[in-house]
Design a protein around this ligand. Structure first.
Ligand SMILES: [Zn+2]
Length: 62
């Protein structure tokens, strides 16, 4: 068995050097794009919410 990775959408074996880690299927490319977008949104929220909480804490302190 040769080293390989799997499509992150459908788990089809794909070459190790494939980037992004998806197979050739259009559907997987679409799903990957959607996932990337929601992951970015999640990362933004992760920083945004503590920032807002800090501002609110600061405002209520003054
Ligand atoms: Zn796939």
């Amino acid at each position: 068995m040769t080293p390989h990775r799997h499509c992150i959408v459908c788990w089809t074996p794909i070459p190790l050097d494939r980037d992004p880690a998806i197979c050739r299927a259009d559907e997987c490319a679409k799903i990957n794009v959607k996932r990337e977008a929601s992951r970015k949104r999640f990362t933004v929220m992760l920083y945004l919410f503590p920032a807002i909480a800090l501002v609110l804490a600061f405002l209520s302190a003054v």
